[in-house]
Ligand binder design. Structure first.
Ligand SMILES: Nc1nc2c(ncn2[C@@H]2O[C@H](COP(=O)(O)OP(=O)(O)O)[C@@H](O)[C@H]2O)c(=O)[nH]1
Ligand SMILES: [Mg+2]
Length: 160
């Protein structure tokens, strides 16, 4: 089996996909990250007996799943769905999106990341995430969280 794993990264524009991925590959956070159009691929070598490299595919032109070219999802070993806790429009359809994702990628358990936790605070974050407890979203801040270790471990556990 290939030791290179493809991970598709989904979520509304501006939810922090690029910021989070850059952080994962070791780039500093930029306040005014320019939106990217098209496909952007990030590569992260990992130290794991079963995996040599994670290749993240960020499709940046649109956010919602129904507007994604289906080919983009082909061959994915994992999927990450990122939403922005400070913008309800990025998570109002989350349950529908998760159902659609399950149909498109039936063998994959997606990882949901609730980004920009720094903008809403812990109490509000907990309250918001309670409504999505089935999806077990992980609160995160690409801006403030120093460590990517926890996130990376979550990602690795969904890839295997
Ligand atoms: N406060 C805050 N801003 C963030 C965070 N993550 C991303 N941003 C900002 O949100 C904007 C959109 O981020 P970007 O990574 O381009 O989103 P993408 O369109 O999903 O790739 C940029 O101005 C980022 O600097 C975060 O955790 N906290
Ligand atoms: Mg982006």
């Amino acid at each position: 089996m290939s030791k290179v794993k493809k991970i598709v990264v989904l979520g509304s524009i501006g939810s922090g996909k690029s910021s989070l991925l850059k952080k994962l590959i070791g780039h500093p956070f930029l306040r005014d990250e320019a939106p990217t159009m098209g496909l952007r691929v990030y590569s992260l070598p990992v130290n794991d007996p079963a995996i040599d490299k994670l290749v993240f595919w960020e499709l940046t032109s649109a956010g919602k799943l129904d507007s994604q070219p289906i080919d983009y999802l082909k061959g994915a070993h994992a999927a990450i769905y990122i939403f922005d806790l400070s913008r309800p429009s990025t998570y109002v359809d989350l349950m529908d999106e998760s159902r659609m994702l399950a149909e498109m990628l039936p063998d994959i358990k997606p990882l949901f990341i609730a980004n920009k936790a720094d903008l809403v605070g812990t109490v509000q974050t907990t309250k918001l995430l309670d409504q999505f407890d089935k999806l077990q979203p992980i609160p995160y801040s690409a801006k403030n969280d120093e460590s990517v270790e926890v996130l990376l471990n979550h990602i690795l556990s969904t890839v295997k």
